[in-house]
Write a protein that binds this ligand. Sequence first.
Ligand code: ZN
Length: 161
Amino acid sequence: MQISQDAVVTLDYRLTNDAGEVLDASEQHGQPLAYLHGHGNIIPGLEQALAGRGVGDAFSVSIAAADAYGERNPALTQTLPASMFGGAEQIGVGMQFHAQTDHGVEVVTVTAVDGDQVTIDGNHPLAGQTLHFDVTVREVRAATTEELDHGHVHGEHGHQH
Ligand code: ZN
């Protein structure tokens, strides 16, 4: 069957940035990715690129930030006293924290430490980036009623509950 609304799709992928660095790949997770098509389980640009594909299809697609993790929002960056993090010596660039924000719990990344001032960035680490995917479709099947109820995939490569 072709990939369309409510299909369960299993795929292998490799994600690279503009510099050609591998950011993520299904092989790093030891298994392919399974998702429920048409339910916003994956980024919109990738879901769009997969529509109408079938088992064995392999393709490359570049997805602009707007159809991936969105543009960077400068308002999500803020500078705070290091004491809020237990002191400057406790903290380094690249560290990530879960923080309560207006949008719920989000991951923030430390982008600068300057004296006792710490700058954190609440943007998704991939925000503002064009993403390049190499994708191979492994399996396409109809979703079960239960999967449609839950809005995600069950079974070997999905949720087990
Ligand atoms: Zn479920």
